[in-house]
Ligand binder design. Structure first.
Ligand code: HEC
Length: 132
């Protein structure tokens, strides 16, 4: 009997351990830090297209302007058009879609699952503060 109990406990323990893998407290999925390598010179994500990005996007300003932003594809395209209109950025030609792919892949909006913080309030009925 002692041995049966021990065996059951061991099995139970194992399945608990297995069930717990990849989940934080309360079964929420754990967001594991991604393993994108960054270029030591610019801090940009290492990718087959990095040389293209460096050539087109670090000639005038620091890569930090890219690193500190997260835009959608339309957002990045808007920035490119804006620089073309106002800051003498050249026509990226056939490289443009590749540049956009790269920008959105690494510097696009991040979709995160609900992280356990309070959800934003919905349909709040604000009232005017009146001064007495
Ligand atoms: C010909 C010069 C030039 C090139 C090449 C260039 N930019 Fe810019 N970019 C500018 C200038 C000028 C600014 C404005 C800098 C400032 O406000 O200090 C700017 C600003 C930005 C900003 C900040 C925009 C904002 O709203 O604050 C981002 C993001 C950016 N560039 C990304 C890029 C990307 C991505 C590329 C490659 C496709 C690129 N830049 C290539 C000249 C350039």
């Amino acid at each position: 009997m002692k041995y049966v109990m021990a065996a059951l406990l061991a099995v139970g323990g194992l399945s608990l351990a297995a069930g717990g893998r990849g989940h934080g407290a309360e079964g929420r999925p754990v967001i594991i830090a991604d393993s994108v390598k960054t270029d030591p010179e610019t801090g940009l994500a290492v990718d087959a297209n990095l040389p293209l990005i460096k050539a087109h996007c670090t000639a005038c300003h620091s890569s930090k302007l890219i690193l500190q932003n997260k835009f959608t594809r339309e957002g990045w395209l808007g920035k490119i058009r804006w620089m073309q209109k106002n800051h003498k950025l050249w026509d990226l030609g056939p490289s443009e879609p590749t540049v956009l792919d790269y920008l959105v892949k690494y510097y696009g909006p991040v979709k995160q699952p609900f992280d356990g913080r309070r959800r934003p309030l919905e349909k709040v009925e604000w009232y005017k503060l009146t001064r007495k």
